[in-house]
Design a binder for this molecule. Structure first.
Ligand SMILES: Cc1cc2nc3c(=O)[nH]c(=O)nc-3n(C[C@H](O)[C@H](O)[C@H](O)COP(=O)(O)O)c2cc1C
Length: 203
């Protein structure tokens, strides 16, 4: 595959919010995509600090209905709840959720091992996690799925931890919600590229 094919995949990754509780691929293929992402996405010093919890079927529904909804409802003004509830119901009625975590034990060990970079490792752990999110998001969409990246952490961390017995120190960074798209992504605008790129020395 040349860069054109790769960048076509990058270009076609978008945020899809209208999703249904169906998949274009079997669950085994979704799991394979997650495993390949974990194996081959780069991490700081190859530390492999990213952890993933994949929720499908009833477990996915439970996340949005029994954990996210009550957690969000508890902290928001009552008048805003109906619109938020509708949005959360949309996520609930999609196919699955990938919970993206970082393991802070890995970060602490790196800080001890490479004291010179101690203050950088927390930031690099965030970068590592985001790279996983992008690889996964793009790969799922190459299979005809749609996804959006959500951030209901830390409100939902404790509920998830109890429900699925996730190690208490894992830090939840993002939730990638996916399913078969039933609508199109929102229109996207682009800044002039010259405002974002400087090139020196090109032949
Ligand atoms: C680091 C990061 C955090 C994001 N957080 C959210 C979020 O919490 N909720 C959401 O709906 N979209 C979120 N997004 C999606 C962006 O709004 C979206 O990627 C951007 O508007 C470009 O649109 P596109 O994804 O369709 O290309 C996030 C994206 C990134 C890269």
């Amino acid at each position: 595959m040349g860069s054109d094919a790769y960048l076509a995949a990058v270009r076609s990754r978008r945020s899809y919010y209208e999703l249904e509780a169906r998949s274009t691929i079997p669950d085994a293929k979704i799991q394979e995509i997650v495993k390949e992402t974990l194996r081959h996405t780069p991490s700081t010093f190859n530390s492999q600090s990213t952890r993933v919890v994949l929720l499908l079927g009833a477990e996915h529904t439970q996340l949005w209905n029994d954990i996210v909804k009550p957690a969000v409802k508890a902290v928001m003004p009552a008048e805003g709840w109906p619109a938020t509830e509708a949005k959360l119901t949309g996520f609930q009625q999609s196919y699955g959720t990938v919970l993206l975590y970082e393991d802070p034990k890995v970060v602490s060990a790196l800080q001890v091992q490479y004291a010179l970079f101690a203050d950088k490792f927390p930031q690099w752990s965030e970068h590592t996690n985001a790279m996983h999110a992008h690889v996964l998001w793009t790969a799922l969409e190459q299979e005809g799925l749609g996804a959006s990246l959500q951030h209901y952490n830390p409100l939902i961390d404790e509920g998830i931890c109890k429900q699925w017995k996730i190690p208490e120190d894992w830090q939840l960074k993002a939730q990638l919600v996916f399913g078969k798209p039933t609508g199109q992504p929102l229109e996207k605008t682009f800044m002039p590229i010259e405002e974002r790129l400087k090139v020196f020395g090109a032949k």
